[in-house]
Design a protein around this ligand. Structure first.
Ligand code: ATP
Length: 249
């Protein structure tokens, strides 16, 4: 049981038209935790994150309960969720390619700027401290960044909103091993700075190393769950998701 949950999901079902992709998933993310959901292609990981963020496609429908910071999110618009501190970094990263790195970051704080929140621009210094590479490239067009730098920018832009909970959809996707290591190092630093993180990943090894708690999602259902360090030693997880590690180790 999580003592101080930031996110509580109970019996979440998501369907596209008549086809159900998620069949009653329940999970929790505690304050200051990294919780990961691992699973194969098509298991429903992105479906779950998008539903949690309120970003459902037109043919999508959901039922179940989602509480963020103790409040039910039913009927709460995406922008309101962001304003309350829930921020999705989608798998496709969705940057503005022809805008500079800095302008992409500023867009991340647009809501705070509009709400005339003080200090919205100060957050830029926090992001540059975490990602010196973004500062070096602040005048460069986002479209000309490497894959790893784009992922950093997508994370940095989300951080500009000063989130309490980050929903990360496969941050390692398409990145070389060394860059994956760098990104995960930063994700752990984010947790240390007090942001709770729900991390969806196919890279089970990296995800289980970084996370406190883990769920295995298979064909729309939570098949296994437990402390990440324990799941990393579960023979079923090793066989299906960490096969190479077993051979190597
Ligand atoms: P991946 O790791 O490949 O991204 P995933 O675990 O994130 O996979 P989802 O993208 O959530 O899986 O897909 C779950 C199922 O829902 C798949 O069968 C997929 O084809 C289906 N699906 C996803 N989006 C839609 C949509 N907009 N309309 C209809 N079906 C969809």
């Amino acid at each position: 049981m999580v003592v101080n949950p930031v996110l509580e999901v109970h019996d979440l079902h998501v369907a596209y038209g008549k086809v159900e992709a998620l069949h009653g998933a329940s999970l929790q993310v505690g304050a200051g935790q990294i919780v990961t959901v691992i699973g194969p292609n098509g298991a429903g990981k992105s479906t779950m994150l998008n539903a949690l963020a309120g970003a459902m496609p037109v043919n999508g429908s959901m039922r179940g309960t989602v509480r963020f910071l103790g409040q039910d999110t039913a009927g709460v618009a995406v922008e309101t969720r962001v304003a309350r501190g829930m921020c999705l970094v989608p798998e496709k990263r969705e940057l503005f390619a022809s805008m500079t790195v800095e302008d992409n970051l500023l867009l991340g704080s647009y809501r705070r700027y509009k709400a005339r929140e003080s200090g919205y621009a100060d957050q830029m210094a926090v992001v540059y401290e975490l990602f010196p590479r973004l500062q070096e490239r602040r005048k460069q067009q986002a479209g000309s960044l490497s894959g790893g730098e784009r992922q950093m920018l997508a994370l940095g832009r989300a951080l500009m909103a000063k989130p309490r909970l980050l929903l990360l959809d496969e941050p390692s996707l398409g990145l070389a091993p060394l860059i994956v290591k760098e990104i995960f190092h930063i994700i752990v630093r984010l947790k240390q700075s007090g942001v709770a993180i729900l991390l969806v990943e196919q890279n089970a090894r990296a995800a289980l190393q970084a996370a406190d708690y883990a769920y295995v999602l298979e064909t729309g259902e939570i098949a296994l769950q437990g402390p990440a360090a324990e799941l990393a030693h579960d023979p079923r997880v090793i066989d299906t998701y960490l096969g190479l590690a077993k051979k190597a180790g």
